[in-house]
Ligand binder design. Structure first.
Ligand code: VAH
Length: 311
């Protein structure tokens, strides 16, 4: 039975839906800070309001629901993290450390914890960033994600805990809204294109970033978690990649559907965060170890996003 912490977030909603479709609604327990469950999850399975850093409350759910796996998605992302560094560190790290400890105590069979390409910094090779390279994160979010990867590897080596992780690129989804990320422009742009046929990007036009459609990210997560343990060669997070594009390129892909859509640029504090990240990622390890392959490119994603958002 799976417990999802942070089930109402951008990834959480989609992962909860996908796991419930796979294992049955009652076998996937959703939880988040908010008192009301996300509308898309309402009535489809158990929900608890819980703070992922309150390990006693989390342990109570684990015992009550006989949980055997935890997916810990609760976190403050890059842009929010820069506004409240110590809170971001506290939420991102204390939730993880307590869940890892609980995993050992309760002998959980598997734990999932997302990392991000945000672990890479300005000293990392920017193109085709390898799985193993210089990793010097410059945001609190990136620092917490890399530190978290090292803790996951520690708990696997020391206690044999089967904890797995992925370095997600920017994720684009329509079912759930992103929150506090630097790549969120790539979600906002579709909503604005349909509403106003115009969008002002907070990243400059040639800011190339690794990106992925949410369907690919969810499928990759489930494929990673279901891979036989002996295929998991890295207990740091796996690089995961699909495509890279810039605001100018995503705007051009939208203009193929909405010819009079226009984009303007007003870079803000998030530009410096984006500039510290790679432009493209080498995910050869994921492709070799557990046969990862992406399915959505920019054109296919834009068609899907506009179709679903205008339905
Ligand atoms: C963020 N969406 O912008 C997240 C992600 C690589 C970006 O980690 O912070």
């Amino acid at each position: 039975k799976i417990l999802i912490l942070g089930a109402c977030g951008q990834i959480g909603v989609e992962l909860t839906l996908a796991l419930r479709a796979r294992f049955g609604d009652s076998n996937v327990v959703a939880s988040d800070l908010r008192p009301e469950v996300h509308p898309l999850l309402a009535g489809t399975g158990p929900y608890y309001t819980v703070d992922a850093t309150d390990i006693k409350a989390v342990a109570d759910i684990v015992n009550k629901e006989k949980i055997t796996q935890i997916y810990l998605l609760a976190a403050l992302l890059s842009a929010t993290g820069e506004k409240m560094p110590l809170k971001a560190w506290d939420i991102n790290m204390n939730s993880l450390l307590q869940v890892l400890e609980l995993g050992v105590e309760q002998k959980l069979t598997k734990i999932y914890w997302p990392s991000s390409i945000a672990v890479f910094g300005t000293t990392t090779p920017k193109q085709d960033t390898p799985q193993k390279t210089v990793v010097e994160p410059t945001t609190v979010y990136g620092i917490s994600k890399y530190a978290g990867e090292l803790w996951c590897q520690y708990y696997n080596r020391r206690y044999g805990l089967d904890v797995r992780s992925l370095r997600y690129p920017g994720l684009i989804s329509w079912k759930s809204a992103p929150g506090g990320g630097t790549t969120d422009y790539a979600v906002e742009i579709y909503h604005e294109a349909l509403k106003h046929k115009a969008y002002t990007s907070f990243l400059s036009e040639n800011t190339y970033l690794p990106m992925m459609y949410m369907d690919d990210a969810i499928r990759g997560t489930i494929e990673l978690m279901e891979a036989p343990e002996e295929q998991i060669k890295s207990r740091m997070a796996y690089n995961l990649s699909a495509m890279s594009f810039s605001p100018a390129e995503i705007a051009a892909s939208i203009q193929k559907h909405i010819p009079d859509f226009s984009i303007s640029y007003a870079p803000d504090f998030r530009q410096a965060i984006a500039d510290s990240w790679p432009s493209s990622i080498d995910d050869a390890a994921a492709r070799a170890d557990w046969h990862w392959k992406h399915e959505f490119d920019l054109e296919k994603m834009t068609a899907e996003m506009l179709q679903h958002l205008s339905a």
